[in-house]
Design a binder for this molecule. Structure first.
Ligand SMILES: Cc1cc2nc3c(=O)[nH]c(=O)nc-3n(C[C@H](O)[C@H](O)[C@H](O)COP(=O)(O)OP(=O)(O)OC[C@H]3O[C@@H](n4cnc5c(N)ncnc54)[C@H](O)[C@@H]3O)c2cc1C
Length: 417
């Protein structure tokens, strides 16, 4: 089939690759001049299926405003407060009810484990080498945090996820550079979790996809999806629409705008977060892999010769307006755990990006109901961790094959989408 993929973020690139593997003639259209320039640019790199199953997500609080146990770890509301934001929060709150929440976590966990398997397979098949490291130490500053996690840990035990609750001295043997002056209650070690450089992987996979025949059209802005027969795309600056046998929408945040004229409304919100990336000054003082601070909901990732600190969650707001307080929290958490690890005097990359998030935290990986239009979007705080699995599943659906994973809960018509 002749298939168009809209968007060259991690979701669009993995989708284009999987479709090419299935023998389709794929064209990827991207409004930017390069791949992975938006949400997939400098994310935390966390690949932690177990962590997700606990209801956590990289740098994202699990608490709705006002219900958090710490101010730093609650979702902040970007101004202005609009009816749309309040409606999104209401849906988020509803999806947070015990039964719904548990069902969603199981779904997320399954997709994350499947995705990890597919990521490892693709990386091995193509011999892709990207920055990353293995292992995850979740630091708990207080006994209260440990107690709050117990229900989540039980779910992990039930699901057979490998982890160990350990005391500070054991934690310091795993992450030997942890600041001896910062006390903490304990830690949880996930040996199978990992971090990887999402943008680097996306660029490497883009090259492979190109070699397989995928046509990349950069600086190409899709203005409208036309529900004609066959399905077609209106492109800025072109007088005639381009026709395809199928279109896959992977346009991140912009997906909601492209769907609305087709009568498809989704509650996709921008949850902005921050990352600070700096060169490691002295390897001995740096983290070996992924360290998360449960209190601040901040991740510290080792990516090759750099350390990246990620966190913060603002509903709405703008990517240009950076919060000095949110950035200061990232620097403070890095100083708390790994003082002297990174060169912070110059060449530091401070980034603000938007997680394209649906209220229940699950993506949409499904047919749209409009003939020829497929959706792979709304991966929120976990797009990198879910990308390879979502892409494979979507390619199977397009091929008319039953995917290896039950994705019945990832459709468009669910209450919190
Ligand atoms: C601070 C932060 C930390 C994060 N940490 C992690 C993490 O540790 N682990 C993890 O798994 N996930 C993490 N995420 C989430 C992850 O980055 C996102 O879920 C993922 O990047 C989304 O990918 P995407 O391809 O859907 O969107 P994007 O990367 O935004 O790609 C969408 C693409 O579509 C293009 N596009 C949009 N509209 C059009 C149009 N009309 N025409 C043509 N092109 C168009 C855009 O230009 C863009 O390139 C984090 C996100 C943030 C913000």
């Amino acid at each position: 089939m002749k298939i168009a993929v809209i968007g060259a973020g991690i979701i669009g690139i993995t989708t284009a690759y999987e479709l090419a593997c299935s023998g389709h003639a794929v064209t990827l259209l991207e409004r930017r001049g390069a791949a992975a320039e938006e949400a997939s640019f400098a994310n935390g790199g966390v690949l932690a299926p177990g962590y997700l199953a606990m209801g956590a997500a990289p740098g994202m609080p699990t608490q709705v405003i006002g219900r958090g146990f710490s101010r730093q770890a609650t979702l902040q509301m970007g101004l202005p407060v609009s009816a749309g934001k309040l409606a999104w929060l209401w849906k988020w709150h509803r999806a947070d009810q015990p039964d719904t929440c548990l069902r969603n976590r199981v779904q997320l966990q399954r997709l994350a484990f499947y995705s990890r398997q597919r990521l490892n397979q693709v990386s091995a098949d193509l011999k892709l080498e990207f920055e990353g490291s293995q292992g995850h130490l979740m630091l708990l500053r207080s006994e209260k945090e440990s107690k709050l996690l117990q229900a989540g840990l039980q779910r992990l035990r039930d699901a057979g996820v490998a982890f160990k609750e350990i005391d500070p001295s054991q934690a310091r043997k795993i992450e030997t550079a942890l600041n001896p002056d910062t006390p903490f209650f304990g830690a949880i070690h996930f040996p199978d979790d990992a971090v990887g450089n999402c943008r680097q992987f996306a660029l490497l996979l883009k090259n492979e996809a190109q070699r397989m025949g995928v046509k990349f059209m950069f600086n190409t802005n899709v203005t409208q999806v036309l529900s004609s027969s066959p399905i077609a795309l209106a492109i800025a600056g072109e007088s005639t629409a381009s026709e395809f046998d199928a279109v896959v929408l992977c346009a991140g945040l912009d997906s909601a705008r492209l769907l609305a004229p087709l009568g498809l409304r989704i509650a996709l919100a921008a949850i902005h977060g921050y990352s600070v990336s700096a060169t490691i000054r002295e390897s001995l003082n740096a983290p070996r892999s992924l360290v998360t601070d449960q209190h601040y909901q901040v991740c510290i990732s080792r990516l090759g010769k750099r350390v990246r600190v990620t966190g913060g969650a603002e509903l709405g707001g703008s990517p240009e307006k950076k919060s000095a307080k949110a950035l200061a929290t990232l620097y403070q958490v890095l100083r708390d755990w790994f003082p002297g690890a990174a060169k912070l005097s110059g060449g530091v990359q401070e980034w603000k990006g938007a997680r394209p998030m649906l209220p229940d935290g699950l993506p949409i990986v499904a047919a749209s109901g409009v003939a020829g239009l497929w959706l792979n979007l709304g991966h929120g705080a976990n797009g990198w961790a879910l990308s390879c699995g979502s892409a494979r599943v979507l390619a199977d659906l397009i091929n008319g094959k039953t995917p290896d994973l039950d994705v019945s809960g990832l459709g468009l018509n669910r209450p919190s989408a």
